[in-house]
Structure formats: structure tokens, C-alpha cells
Design a protein around this ligand. Structure first.
Ligand SMILES: C[S@@+](CC[C@H](N)C(=O)[O-])C[C@H]1O[C@@H](n2cnc3c(N)ncnc32)[C@H](O)[C@@H]1O
Length: 271
């Protein structure tokens, strides 16, 4: 599955994803879970769970009476999710499954969340139809997806680096991560029969550690960075990451940290 299109990582990249993507995801996970108003005892699915950021946070919210499932197509991401499961909460069950063929009975979940996964689903309406099937009546759904790249300067800088070191085709593939607009989400949720559909933008200023080390490491945790390393070698990947640091050097604070805005669409709906 690592060679499928979309967001697929292989080798040790899921471990790096867990470490280096976490700072970008953390505030969005909080907003995502707030949007489905989780209660103790709720049964929750984190779809396209990756290494489990939202699943772990959901487990803390639903408490010992609740249950959390995580589903993702990528076995390597799920291995890291299993390894990082703190096991201080009752249950997080991770399962390998595509979004449009979920292995759960009808009406299983009080809430389904999906953090930065929808843009990679090959058929968004089929995935949302499947989500509606596994939600209980009046069950809640929330998803985040990055807005257009230019709203998040780190990403537009990363795009330039990918283009310079990986070429136009790879840079075009990178834009998939920013291609799921609010209109597209609303349209697909409507076609899937969901109700109470809302979308809004959420922006967080995120403090990144000094970019000279962070940017190459973060890029190595993304499929497009892996492809630069595969095609042009590890040195090219490091140079691409360093070029992000160079391009954003004027934004660095005296301690080297860089605070930048990141903007996502938050979509919500009920079954
Ligand atoms: C950017 S990562 C987001 C992971 C995680 N939700 C997070 O917050 O970090 C995208 C995830 O979507 C998963 N994915 C891509 N296509 C999928 C599909 N069709 N069905 C299920 N998961 C999919 C990938 O394997 C990857 O783990």
C-alpha cells in the first residue's frame, strides 16, 4: 500500500511523522474534538487516524466508559499508533481499512472525526456515505483539511522547496494536500445524505523549533520528501529542508523558533 497515490509513508517515516508532524496537528486536534462535543462514554472513530493523534486525545475525553477506534489504510502508520497507545485508557482499537469500506456494523459510532485525511480519499462522497452508515442517528462528524496553501506560509515555502529539489510533477502532487475546499466538503457531505453541514476556517499560530533542523526532519516525514530522497538522495532531501529554513530565516525569533499561521477548514455534519 505504500506505493498507492495519496498520502502514503513507508519504512521509518511513520515514526518521524509522529515526532515532527505533531506540533502542526496538536491545536487542530483539539478544535476537531471540540466540534463533535465528545462526552464520557461516547464511541468514537478516528478515520485516517495516521499515528493516532486524534484517537489518543479522544480516548482521554470519552474516559473509561467510552471506546475509540482508529482506521487507516497505511500499516506503518498503524504500527506506530499501536506502539504509542498509552493504554491508560480503556480501549483504542486500530484497524487497517480504507475510508470507503469500513469494517464496522451500521450505527456503531456516536462520533467520527477525520484530521487531514479527506483530501487523500479517492472518492469523497463514497467515504462520507460510509461514515454516515457507521454513525448512529444524530451522530456527529467533523473533519479538518488544509485550506489553500497560500494561507499557510510554511506550506507555500515547502512547496517551493519541493518544486526546486523534486520537480514540477512532485510539486503538483503536493498540492493535493490543499485541494479539498469547503465547497467540495459541503457538496460531498450533502450527497452522502448528511445534515446540519457547516464549514468554517480555523487558524492557529504555531511555534516551530529552529527550522534548520526541523524542516529537513519534517519533510522526511512526508511522502513528497521521501520521493525526493528516493529519486535524488538523502543530501537532496536535507538541502530541500534547509532551503525552507533559509527562505523563512527573516521570520525567526532570537531563540531560532518561528511562529507561523496555519489555516484549515473545519467541516461538521450530523447523520
Ligand atoms: C496527513 S495524514 C493524517 C493522519 C492523522 N489523521 C493526523 O492527524 O496526523 C493522512 C492519513 O490519511 C491516510 N489515508 C489516505 N488515504 C486513505 C483512505 N483512502 N482511507 C483511509 N485512510 C487513508 C494515510 O494513510 C495517512 O495516515
Amino acid at each position: 500500500m505504500a506505493d498507492e497515490p495519496g498520502f502514503q509513508l513507508k519504512g521509518s517515516a511513520p515514526e518521524r511523522y509522529e515526532q515532527y508532524v505533531a506540533p502542526l496537528m496538536a491545536p487542530f486536534v483539539t478544535a476537531l474534538l471540540d466540534a463533535v462535543d465528545l462526552c464520557p462514554g461516547d464511541v468514537v472513530l478516528d478515520l485516517a487516524c495516521g499515528t493516532g493523534f486524534a484517537a489518543r486525545a479522544a480516548a482521554a475525553r470519552v474516559g473509561p466508559a467510552g471506546r475509540v477506534h482508529g482506521a487507516d489504510v497505511n500499516a506503518g502508520m498503524l504500527e506506530v499508533a499501536e506502539a504509542r497507545h498509552p493504554r491508560q485508557y480503556p480501549d483504542i482499537e486500530f484497524t487497517q481499512a480504507p475510508a470507503d469500506r469500513l469494517p464496522y456494523p451500521d450505527a456503531t459510532f456516536d462520533a467520527v472525526v477525520c484530521q487531514q485525511g479527506v483530501q487523500f480519499f479517492p472518492d469523497l462522497t463514497a467515504a462520507f456515505t460510509e461514515i454516515a452508515r457507521v454513525l448512529r442517528p444524530s451522530g456527529r462528524f467533523a473533519a479538518t483539511a488544509w485550506t489553500e496553501m497560500t494561507r499557510s506560509p510554511y506550506f507555500s515555502t515547502q512547496y517551493e522547496a519541493i518544486k526546486e529539489y523534486g520537480g514540477d510533477e512532485l510539486a503538483a502532487a503536493y498540492t493535493t494536500a490543499f485541494a479539498c475546499s469547503a465547497d467540495r466538503l459541503t457538496d460531498a457531505l450533502g450527497k452522502a445524505g448528511c445534515r446540519d453541514i457547516t464549514t468554517r476556517e480555523i487558524t492557529f499560530g504555531i511555534v516551530l523549533p529552529p527550522l534548520v533542523d526541523f524542516s529537513p526532519a519534517h519533510l522526511s516525514a512526508l511522502p513528497w520528501g521521501q520521493q525526493i530522497a528516493d529519486a535524488h538522495g538523502q543530501e537532496a532531501l536535507t538541502a530541500a529542508g534547509r532551503s525552507i529554513a533559509d527562505r523563512l530565516a527573516d521570520r525567526a525569533a532570537p531563540d531560532g523558533s518561528v511562529t507561523l499561521p496555519f489555516t484549515a477548514t473545519l467541516a461538521t455534519a450530523t447523520r
